[in-house]
Ligand binder design. Sequence first.
Ligand SMILES: Cc1ncc(COP(=O)(O)O)c(C=O)c1O
Length: 357
Amino acid sequence: MSRPARAFINTAALKHNLNQARQFHPNRKIMAVIKANGYGHGIVAVASALSDADGFGVASLEEAMALRDAGVALPITALEGFFEASELPYFIDHKVQAVIHSAWQVDILEQSGEKGQIDVWVKIDTGMNRLGFPLEEAQSVIDRLRNCDRVGQLALMSHLACADEADSDSTRSQVEKFRQLASETGLPASLANSAGVVAWPETAYDWQRPGIMLYGSSPVAGKSASELNLKPVMTATSALIAVRQQRKGDAVGYGGDWVCPEDMTIGVVAFGYGDGYPRHAGPGTPVLVNGKVATLIGRVSMDMITVDLRTNQDARVGDRVVLWGDGLPIDDVARHADTISYELLCHVTSRVPRIEV
Ligand SMILES: Cc1ncc(COP(=O)(O)O)c(C=O)c1O
């Protein structure tokens, strides 16, 4: 028997979630964000399942090429554009669109002696203060890009910083700045991430850019994935590899800081931080053993976690354990680990086989 850690990828759930995302604004196009190896799910598998999307958003030329090599013909946008001039011919040859966020990228486009053109999203900073041109520079950058031989079609993009909050002055301010710019320039535009799609209808422009909701996690505070009718795509599973009787006072695991409050049964699960389980998940973090909730005890090890089986007395070696996914929302696990679902998904390591179901 091989090590039982697995990540099952439910492609029907991906399709379902894409459909859900579409329902919010049926007439807008969807650029499915599948960067970071499809949020950890496997970029090619995700792109194949999401073939009904209108395009894909990735983080790099390498991710775009992996898709082109797999035969993906839909528009692909590199959300940070190119990182150096030598990438430009590949963008042109493989029809990868580039987000242009800084003046040095415009310089590269203007100075390029390549033949051919790339389609460009000019990124404007409407308040996130991470990437993008300041609003005051928007018009002059757009003029430069319009006059640049290397640039084909031009479109406008900005990114929301706080759309996961139901009531946010900063989102309202971003929305207003973008609205003005979009109407002044008349360019095709894109503003909404998943939280925008779900909770801020005024962020709906020509292209929606949902990411996390496609993978079945809630993008907004105060509403669960199931309330939004989103289905988990990744179910991370393993099995009990030991079931042990401990005495009251026994300390479990590294550091010995979790001490058995009574004589009790504990289980050892073959899934640790070396697989992507969050090391900072605290005691009480839920897992499912044979479909029934048990809780984490002791520190997370590289290859294992330990769980309290006092309420799972039937549990046996070999029993299936779900770390998150079907029956156990990843958002709950993330909260216990003081992190976000995005990080859990992206951190599942390569030694965990992804199995499409
Ligand atoms: C530019 C851009 N657009 C859209 C998204 C998708 O965001 P989310 O996963 O929150 O829907 C991201 C992800 O970080 C992004 O960087």
